[in-house]
Design a protein around this ligand. Structure first.
Ligand code: ADP
Ligand code: MG
Ligand code: ZN
Length: 634
């Protein structure tokens, strides 16, 4: 999508990284003028210094006595002497000597008929000249420095700092419509209004309704926020100005503010239009943040606020902004009259994912095996960008295998590829490692099967992948879940522990292979204790709050250090119990574990069906055996 954005090269537009033409010409002229002046000055002083010569007072007197002196000029501190014999010559030498307190000199000069030029106080032009000769070199240096700076940093140099090189992208027509955005029905609904409003603002103003100024698109990365903004512009057939928040922030304080000013000036000229500020959290961070202030960012933000207020609401310009960190935004940005509408762009649900897949398969060839519904079911949690990527990878895979159309298998392989990385064909596991990897993965799957008695996995493989895993379990897609019960969470903890438990039971030693399981289990257990109020010890106390709604970048503890230590102990207890439970389940079903693992070691891959076949076979034979025992007992 982004490749059809063209940088703004409009003729009358000055946002293309250069200064306006006339300012530039002026600068060139000034530079030439000054260089010329300097050269001339240099030549002049060179020339004159070569033809002046200091002499002693005695020599001067001798010259006078010998009648050789033509003129004597008082320069204030010295006598400047020209000789009669040099008068006609082109290269006359001027002599000078210091002035002495000599009362006889004047009568002598008069007597000898010397032309005397007395000292005249500096006139204003002389003073000006002196000032200029000091000032001009400084100005010249400054200009040269500025030019250099611009060359090096590209940041606009010293003189052009404010003029934005900001990448304002303007698209007359984005060409994107709401049909290109799938699975975000609620968001689209809110935006339809905005489109209508750009189409005929008078409809609203006639009643006296104020037009909305801005809307904030909020949601996790890759859910289609940028795409939606473009679609609004595309639907309304208005120009689309876009700029990322980080474009505003520069080393020099005040640059961002002037860029905001430029952007809005340009937008006003082009109304109706859409101004889109992507990743607005780069400038819109709360001004009283814990992390300390930042002058530049604050000024930029203030300018933005001021510009938004200055917008006449009948100038049909709508400002859209996108962010995945709404909680850090300054309150002032969110108040009515600014970004008062908040449009949530959520992760797509099952139907949404299917719709997104449908949008993206429009331009690829599919064969008859393809079932997008199944893929949608298997990709729980994926966002639009992931799904678009999967389709593309599937197409590449199909080409690689010399097929003319994408098959369902390509799609699932692409999904694994996106999630797990490429298969490492030439990395061969040793016999021992294969055994351990098999038991580990079967341990995960079997604990799930035992707890749910349902097909736990789609498949298990022990082919190493570029992401570093030696094998993995592809979970069977479940119905879309929005909530998890405590029971389910506990079961999941046992599943996480299943891999390590199997290793311990079978090999009596453990490997490094469980690090990811441990990490995930710990995270879940921690959340159960600190956020979901699921531990009896702490009850319904919030001990930790998440930093961000849409990005999982950690959380902050809200409790004292002493409590934190107890929390850790509680988490340890939960994890320990889960591990014991996993060990119990697996040792009780050791036969199952062995049989399925043997199969996997031999074949490298086992499907969910094959898994369940073995599972039921073993169990049935066991229960037959138990029943026989019972019969005998009777
Ligand atoms: P965001 O700005 O939310 O991080 P983008 O709008 O840049 O995400 O989305 C990246 C790409 O992912 C889009 O160009 C599009 O191809 C695809 N995509 C994301 N969400 C959707 C969606 N809801 N429908 C169709 N395609 C989508
Ligand atoms: Mg984006
Ligand atoms: Zn594991």
């Amino acid at each position: 999508m982004s490749d059809n954005r063209t940088p703004n090269r409009g003729g009358d537009n000055k946002n293309n990284g250069k200064m306006p033409k006339n300012t530039q010409n002026m600068m060139m002229f000034l530079v030439f003028l000054m260089v010329g002046f300097m050269l001339w000055n240099m030549v002049r002083t060179q020339y004159s210094s070569a033809t002046t010569q200091e002499i002693t007072y005695n020599e001067f007197l001798t010259m006078l006595e010998e009648d050789r002196v033509a003129t004597v000029e008082d320069t204030g501190y010295t006598w400047e002497i020209t000789l009669k014999e040099d008068e006609d010559s082109a290269y006359s030498v001027t002599y000078y000597t210091g002035k002495m307190d000599d009362d006889d000199l004047l009568p002598l000069m008069v007597e000898k008929g010397v032309e005397i030029i007395p000292y005249v106080q500096d006139t204003w032009s002389g003073v000006l000249w002196n000032i200029l000769s000091i000032l001009l070199p400084i100005v010249l240096l400054w200009v040269v420095f500025g030019v250099l700076m611009r060359r090096m940093g590209g940041a606009g140099g010293m003189m052009g700092v404010g003029k934005s090189k900001a990448k304002v992208y303007i698209e007359k027509e984005t060409g994107v419509t709401f049909q290109d955005v799938a699975g975000e029905e609620e968001a689209k609904e809110s935006l339809v209004e905005v489109v209508d409003f750009l189409h005929n603002p008078t409809k609203y103003t006639e009643i006296g309704a104020k037009l909305p100024k801005g809307a904030l698109l909020v949601g996790p990365p890759g859910t289609g926020k940028t795409l939606l903004a473009k679609a609004v512009a595309g639907e309304a057939h208005v120009p689309f100005f876009s700029l990322a928040g980080s474009d505003f922030v520069e080393m020099f304080v005040g640059v961002g503010a002037s860029r905001v000013r430029d952007l809005f000036e340009e937008a006003k000229k082009n109304a109706p239009c859409i101004v889109f500020i992507d990743e607005i959290d780069a400038i819109g961070k709360s001004r009283d943040s814990r992390l300390g202030g930042n002058d530049e960012r604050e000024q930029t933000l203030n300018q933005l606020l001021a510009e938004m207020d200055g917008f006449e609401s009948n100038q049909a310009c709508i400002i859209l902004a996108a962010t995945n960190r709404p909680e850090v935004l300054d309150q002032a940005l969110l108040r009515p009259g600014r970004f008062d509408r908040r449009i949530i762009v959520e992760r797509p649900d099952l139907k949404g994912r299917e719709d997104i897949l449908k949008v993206h398969v429009k331009n690829v060839k599919l064969d008859e095996t393809v079932d997008l519904g199944a893929l949608a079911l298997a990709t729980s949690g994926a966002v639009g960008a992931d799904l678009a990527n999967m389709i593309n990878e599937a197409a590449i895979l199909a080409v690689k295998n010399g097929r003319k159309a994408i098959s369902q298998k390509d799609l699932f392989n692409a999904m694994e590829l996106v999630m797990m990385g490429k298969e490492k064909k030439n990395k061969i596991l040793s016999e021992e490692e294969r055994r351990i990897a098999s038991y580990h993965e079967v341990g995960h799957a079997l604990t799930t099967a035992l707890q749910k008695d349902a097909e736990p996995v789609q498949k298990i493989t022990i082919v190493p992948r570029t992401s570093g895993v030696l094998g993995y379990v592809l979970q069977t897609p479940e119905e879309e879940k929005n909530m998890m019960t405590q029971k389910e969470m506990e079961a999941r903890l046992v599943t996480y522990m299943g891999g390590r438990a199997a290793e311990e039971i079978v090999f009596d030693s453990v490997t490094s292979g469980a690090s990811n399981d441990i990490q995930q289990a710990t995270r879940l257990a921690r959340a159960m204790v600190t956020q979901y109020g699921m531990s009896k010890k702490f009850g319904l106390m919030n001990l930790e709050s998440r930093e961000s709604m849409y990005l999982d970048n950690g959380s902050v503890l809200n409790c004292s250090d002493a409590t934190a230590a107890q929390v850790d102990a509680e988490i340890m207890r939960i994890l320990g119990e889960a591990y014991e439970e996993a060990k119990r389940l697996l040792s009780e079903n050791r036969e199952c574990l062995d049989k399925i693992s043997d199969f996997l070691i031999e074949k490298e891959t086992i499907t969910g069906k094959e898994f369940m076949e073995i599972f039921h076979q073993v169990r049935d034979s066991q229960s037959d055996y138990h029943q026989e025992e019972l019969i005998f007992a009777e």
